[in-house]
Design a protein around this ligand. Structure first.
Ligand code: NAD
Length: 435
């Protein structure tokens, strides 16, 4: 019998599009790109409605006893945006600015990111409204465990697999894993990724995002008839992603002529010694005072005359205000949402080749997937195997997105969204609507 909820195939209309898009809001920017890709795909209204809504949103109160004996109640959220292709995957952040809306948008982002690299995960995200810098380790542990119990119904290797995000780390993942394991009665390493290696974490996870950026940058340069060993590169942000990418690109022969962090920015036309910069930051916690180049303004770094610009710090740093001045031929988005939607068209007009965030920084979620696979198999890979498999997935994904961008005569971002949305949509069509 035909379902009364058959998916309509008539042309899409967007009655519930975001009414106001704010250039500085990366989530509005993401949703506007989602809409553009959905329109180009001629996505049927039924599927469009499904993909524009989160599957599950949970909000929990987390009361804990603080070190001073007082009870404090924190609010936590976990959102499963779409799990049609596999368990929800996405980090947990501890931050005062966490809202349900933000967590939902980030969970949507994870859905597209997992799909663009074609790993069998859906998208999820979690957050607790708190200021972790003002909390003791004991308070953070009690909060993590209470939040984990609050959302335990969704957690599980087959349903929802968190990872670290802003202000959470390996130690927090160890507490989540332990709390979950105590409740189910056995050790379940595959319930989180980004764990310490001693308890089921994967080799190569720390470097995975920066390594992924390096792989797609190399492929982009090849595509443009350039070569990484002859290229000049500026990297904004010198944390996990930025410093790893800079180091690996330097190893590949590129000249890193600009680096920056939140405290300082440097330019050296002869090339900055990245190993020295990493050592310096290890000792001094910041690039401030580094002597390997001329100090410049942070904003100048973005407009240096380089082959590749790799923003790996913050969102919304390339906007309508500076996009005209970008001189790089390739922008590799290591950070999430570094380019606003309005700036996209300016970069397009200038012919800048942008490797979009959902592809460029998907190396992290890819090795998270490897960690989950290794935990479930109980068999661990050496670092070379992890890196080789990461390279294979990143290169294949870059080629898939490039092919789609060519066939649709569009840019890489639109192609990446089209590819991921079509993959999620296709699973919904095959599975149908259960009612
Ligand atoms: P991190 O905290 O290790 O490093 C962030 C770096 O950015 C630091 O060096 C910091 O000083 C610098 N920074 C902050 N404000 C700056 C400013 N105004 N100008 C220049 N630099 C500034 O973070 P990370 O893990 O490297 O993440 C960086 C970006 O990549 C974020 O957008 C994150 O969401 C994204 N990302 C990270 C991963 C991952 O696996 N770590 C995965 C996907 C996406």
């Amino acid at each position: 019998m035909a379902s009364k909820h058959r998916l309509s195939t008539s042309k899409i209309v967007h009655p519930d599009k975001d009414p106001v898009l704010n250039e500085e809001n990366p989530f509005d920017a993401m949703m506007s790109r989602f809409d553009r890709a959905a329109e180009l795909l001629d996505l049927e209204p039924g599927i469009y409605k499904i993909l524009r809504n989160a599957e599950k949103q949970i909000t929990v109160s987390c009361p804990i006893v603080m070190d001073n004996g007082e009870v404090e109640v924190f609010t936590g959220h976990r959102v499963l945006y779409n799990t049609s292709r596999g368990p929800g995957k996405g980090g947990i952040r501890f931050d005062m600015h966490v809202t349900l809306e933000e967590v939902t948008a980030l969970a949507a982002w994870m859905t597209w990111k997992s799909a663009v690299v074609n790993i069998p995960f859906g998208g999820a995200k979690g957050g607790v409204v708190c200021d972790p810098l003002k909390m003791s380790v004991g308070e953070l542990e009690r909060l993590t465990r209470r939040y984990t119990v609050g959302i335990i119904q969704t957690l599980g290797p087959d349903s929802d697999v968190p990872a670290p995000d802003v202000n959470t780390n390996e130690r927090v993942m160890a507490w989540v894993m332990d709390t979950y394991s105590m409740h189910v009665g056995h050790t379940t390493t595959a319930v989180v990724t980004g764990k310490p290696v001693e308890m089921g974490g994967s080799l190569g996870r720390r470097e995975a995002t920066g390594r992924g950026c390096t792989i797609v940058t190399t492929d982009a340069l090849d595509h443009l008839g350039m070569h990484v060993s002859k290229s000049t590169i500026a990297v904004q942000g010198f944390g996990n992603v930025g410093s790893t990418a800079a180091m690996l690109l330097e190893e590949a022969g590129a000249k890193i002529v600009g680096i920056s962090d939140r405290d300082a920015a440097f330019h050296n036309a002869k090339g900055i010694n990245i190993k020295q910069a990493i050592e310096y930051v290890k000792k001094n916690k910041s690039l401030k005072g580094f002597k390997g180049g001329d100090e410049i303004q942070g904003s100048e770094l973005l407009t240096l005359d380089v082959d590749v610009l790799l923003p790996a710090a913050l969102e919304s740093v390339i906007t309508t205000k500076n996009a005209h001045d970008i001189r790089a031929k390739v922008v590799c988005e290591g950070a999430n949402g570094p380019t606003t939607a309005a700036a996209d068209s300016i970069l397009d007009e200038k012919g800048v080749f942008v490797i979009p965030d959902i592809l460029a920084n998907a190396g992290g979620v890819t090795v998270s997937y490897f960690e989950w696979v290794q935990d479930r198999g109980g068999y661990f890979w050496d670092e070379k195997t992890v890196n080789d498999r990461l390279t294979e997935i990143m290169r294949r994904s870059f080629a898939d997105v490039l092919a789609l961008s060519k066939s649709h005569k569009g840019n890489m971002r639109t192609a990446a969204y089209m590819l991921s949305i079509s993959r999620v949509a296709s699973v919904h069509r095959l599975r149908g609507i259960y009612s």
